[in-house]
Design a binder for this molecule. Structure first.
Ligand code: DSN
Length: 478
């Protein structure tokens, strides 16, 4: 394929769009410029390949395909069957999973599918059994009442939000926190690490139906063998949400006890973070949960997105190539180099470092809230996001942390030397930023002061750092 093919494809697409609504074409072009120019350190973002992006922009988007491969509620799904089956096959092979379901539109959707599957599999209910075999019309009012009471009174144990857990693991701003009676396990206040004895103790006391492993802001490996043993000891189903680190599992950086797939009954993920695919979700599971998982649509999901499943198939095929393992290892090398660069300059890091793709800086060490730090860094061309730290005194809105990650910059080709320079830029901004005050003189958690000339200088240095590593080098829209 000529390098020109990518430019031609995207230029032509924009020309077609521009003829209808030029402002959309302009926004798409502007987004490429912004992404090219900013130092993207958001731990959950990446850059999908041109092939993955192009697989989404076509007439697969026009097709309804409720149901699953070979068992659809619509006619004419033979080509959707092809891409869905391919994506599932690549997923099973890549992760060594017994079953893969590639329809979820996002990580939240994937988790909802998993919750449904576990409830349906585990909750003993004659009414549910009737509903499963589609004798829905035979259900009495008393059956419906029993069904709602039984499904709605189950327990979930997951990692606490401020220790790095995710909203969908039973927290109130998400439906999971309203569906389940939830309790969480935190981390050891001294080390910031998961204390598996405490998890076991909480499981013994609480007896959850589902034990959830996985995180969105924990900078360390998790021992899934131990969590499975804990789940087994209390009869819980063990679910892992590997959305953040799926790329590290795919690239065999996390193996053995640290690979969730052989240990969990059910694993959920997004496809767009370290896995570097299109925006979407996926569920992997043991054979006994497969039937329930495949009911995801229409049980909890809207119609599948065949164009995105096509892109998942492309991205998963890419992740099966040997160079993806090299990419995954470089993500972690870069993350550790970034952590070391920050530590050497005096930053305070949750757990004192990292062994995955992310680093969590406790910016209270700079006298700032997460919100002040996030904005000051953004002013300086460095895109990060604020995040709670364990026992965060500033809550989930202002926070005391900045979460950074290396999947995106690693895709661009930056290496450990550039990570050290990134640490220098971040430390310079954070040191030069001061917390502001409210009109009445009380300390503000949002206002801050940073010399605009310094912010501009850092932004220029960030752009210079990126210049040798062009994003989508083969794409020229000019
Ligand atoms: N929004 C994702 C993240 O940034 O971690 C998870 O939902």
């Amino acid at each position: 394929m000529s390098r020109n093919a990518e430019s031609t494809a995207f230029r032509s697409a924009l020309e077609v769009i521009r003829a209808v609504e030029p402002r959309v074409a302009d926004a798409i072009g502007a987004e490429l410029t912004d992404q090219r120019e900013s130092l993207k350190l958001i731990a959950s973002e990446n850059y999908a390949s041109p092939a993955t992006l192009l697989a989404m922009g076509n007439w697969f988007s026009d097709k309804y395909a409720e149901g699953t491969v070979g068992r659809r509620f619509y006619a004419g799904c033979q080509n959707v069957d092809t891409v869905e089956a391919l994506a599932a096959e690549h997923a099973r092979e890549l992760f060594g999973a017994a079953h893969a379901y590639v329809q979820p539109h996002s990580g939240i959707d994937a988790n909802l599918v998993a919750f449904w599957a576990v409830l349906a599999d585990r909750v003993e209910s004659p009414a549910l059994k009737k509903a499963q075999v589609r004798q829905v019309n035979d259900l009495t009012e008393a059956d419906w009442f029993a069904l709602r009471r039984e499904l709605g009174n189950q327990r979930m144990l997951g990692m606490s939000l401020d220790a790095g857990g995710h909203l969908t693991h039973g927290f109130r701003p998400n439906i999971s926190g309203k569906m389940f009676d939830q309790r969480s396990y935190g981390t050891d206040p001294a080390t910031g690490l998961i204390d598996y004895d405490r998890v076991a103790e909480a499981a013994r006391e609480f007896k959850p139906l589902i034990l959830v492993g996985g995180y969105s802001a924990y900078p360390r490996k998790v021992n899934f063998r131990i969590l499975r043993e804990i789940a087994d000891s209390v009869g819980a189903t063990f679910m892992v949400d590997m959305a953040h680190f799926a790329g590290l599992v795919a690239g065999k950086v996390f193996t053995g006890d640290f690979d969730p797939v052989p240990h969990a009954h059910i694993v959920t993920t997004t496809t767009h973070k370290s896995l570097r695919g299109p925006r979407g979700g996926m569920v992997l599971c043991q054979p006994e949960l497969a039937d329930q998982v495949d009911r995801g649509c229409p049980m909890v999901l809207g119609g599948p997105l065949p164009h995105v499943m096509a892109a998942k198939a492309v991205a998963l095929a890419e992740a099966r190539r040997p160079d993806f393992a090299d990419y995954a290892q470089r993500i972690v090398d870069n993350s550790q180099a970034l952590a070391e660069g920050l530590l050497r300059r005096g930053a305070k890091l949750v757990t004192g470092g990292t062994d995955n793709h992310l680093v969590l800086i406790d910016v209270s060490g700079y006298g700032l809230t997460g919100r002040q730090a996030e904005q000051a860094l953004l002013d300086s061309g460095i895109v990060t996001n604020r995040n709670s730290v364990p026992q965060d005194p500033n809550g989930a809105w202002y926070t005391s942390g900045i979460r950074i990650g290396t999947p995106a910059l690693t895709t661009r080709g930056l290496g450990t030397a550039e990570m050290d320079q990134t640490a220098e830029l971040m430390h310079t901004v954070l040191t030069a930023t001061t917390a502001g005050a409210n009109a009445d003189g009380t300390p503000s958690k949002a206002k801050y002061a940073l010399d605009p000339a310094l912010a501009d200088k850092i932004a220029r240095q960030a752009t210079d750092l990126l210049t040798p590593f062009p994003l989508y080098p083969a794409i020229d829209l000019a």
